[in-house]
Design a protein around this ligand. Structure first.
Ligand SMILES: *Cc1c(COP(=O)(O)O)cnc(C)c1O
Length: 388
């Protein structure tokens, strides 16, 4: 790979790492197959290049939340099965059926989907979702028999084809918790009820990333993995490499300004930080409009092989690091223009350090990196994932 010329603000997406993660997850889940979850613009990594690379590496399915996300992938030429599971009364079910998306059904959506299928004279592909305890979407167990009966009736009429039964886990990132056992039991019961109702269930799926690693009894026929394909760990006590994963996103910019200041210099809005001795401040030109959480003061930034903390308030467009020394400005050692890596890559802080500083999880940090940050796709292996 030739050295990439980085734009001013870059989220570098390592598609080799992504393909590695998919292949690794395929091994972990085997013989179950892998659904690569690419909702929310692939957790901020770019839905289309990620979808293409994931399929190249052997993902069998794609998963999205919204029908519109699935339709966008179809319009870009993706032909693999795509499941969309979060709908509203305003969802364009007709577009979903027309584009051959698989649709997750928790209850009320079934009639909308059947109506769309009737209008298009094309059967809708459906996965029925049981709420095994998460308490969000999914059919409550006491309404499951009724949903099955309606689904069977529509299937006999040729309006739908039920190919899957699925559910979502609540506490799989804490493998010792007993509630997952109850969810597995409830799931098995729901599958049995579907089979007894005469449904030929092709794919049963329950596992997310944490359950794929920690609960082989949740694998069934298909695992729905999001976080893991991006190379990140869902567990508090295990890092990416402990799971055999490689982080995919590296978020970087360049030091935009560099200046010496005296002791007592207030830094950024509110003067939440004042220098204690003469020092050099570096301006890092990313802020909360770029997806850098405003509360993450203290989070690390790698410049020239060393890590420096963000000091003072993070603003909309920028934040400041303290180099802790003087005598740099105007010398060859000046960090002005140096690459500043917030997270990702081999020597830089892991995204989990930013998550900790922001009191959140790695999922949220990568997903919220904004459009102002250019995605740069790198790939050594065949296929650059951009389809060009
Ligand atoms: C987002 C999502 C997933 C993926 O979860 P990860 O923890 O990122 O693997 C799987 N299933 C459903 C229903 C989801 O909403």
């Amino acid at each position: 790979m030739g050295r990439v010329t980085f734009p001013e603000r870059a989220a570098e997406i390592d598609l080799d790492a992504l393909r590695h993660n998919i292949r690794h997850l395929r091994d972990v889940a085997h013989p179950a197959r892998v659904m690569a979850v690419v909702k929310a613009d692939a957790y901020g990594h770019g839905a289309l290049p990620v979808a293409r690379a994931a399929l190249e590496a052997g993902a069998a399915w794609l998963g999205v939340a919204h029908v519109s996300e699935g339709v966008a992938l179809r319009r870009a030429g993706i032909e693999a099965p795509i499941l969309a599971w979060l709908h509203t009364a305003r969802t364009d079910f007709t577009a979903g059926v027309e584009h051959g998306l698989d649709l997750g059904i928790s209850g009320w959506e079934l009639e909308h989907v059947a109506a769309a299928a009737r209008e298009l004279e094309r059967p809708a592909i459906v996965h029925l979702k049981i709420d095994t305890g998460l308490g969000r979407n999914g059919c409550p167990p006491e309404q499951w028999e009724a949903l099955l009966a309606r689904a069977v009736a529509h299937q006999e009429e040729g309006l739908i084809r039920v190919v899957g039964i699925f559910s979502h886990l609540a506490v799989a990132d804490e493998p010792a918790r007993p509630e997952t056992d109850l969810q597995v039991q409830a799931f098995r019961a729901a599958v049995t009820a579907a089979e007894n109702a005469g449904i030929d269930v092709e794919v049963r799926h329950l596992a997310n990333t944490p359950a794929t690693f920690s609960r082989p009894d949740c694998h069934f026929d298909l695992v729905r993995v999001g976080l893991g394909i991006y190379g990140l760990s869902p567990f508090a006590d295990q890092a990416s490499e402990d799971l055999g994963l490689r982080p995919v996103m590296t978020f970087s910019t360049t030091v935009a300004n560099c200046k010496e200041v005296p002791a007592g210099q207030g830094v950024s809005y509110g003067y939440a930080y004042r220098t204690r001795k003469p020092t050099t401040l570096g301006l890092v030109p990313v802020g909360y409009a770029d997806g850098v959480p405003r509360i993450a003061t203290g989070a690390p930034v790698l410049v020239g092989g060393r890590v420096y903390p963000v000091v003072g308030r993070i603003a909309m467009d920028q934040c400041v690091i303290d180099f802790g020394t003087t005598g740099l400005v105007g010398t060859p050692a000046s960090p002005l223009g140096e690459r500043a890596v917030l997270f990702g890559g081999s020597d830089a802080p892991p995204v989990e350090d930013w998550a900790a500083a922001a009191q959140t999880i790695n999922y949220e940090i990568v997903t919220r990196i904004s459009d102002r940050v250019e995605r740069v796709y790198t790939s050594r292996e065949g296929g650059d994932g951009t389809g060009s």
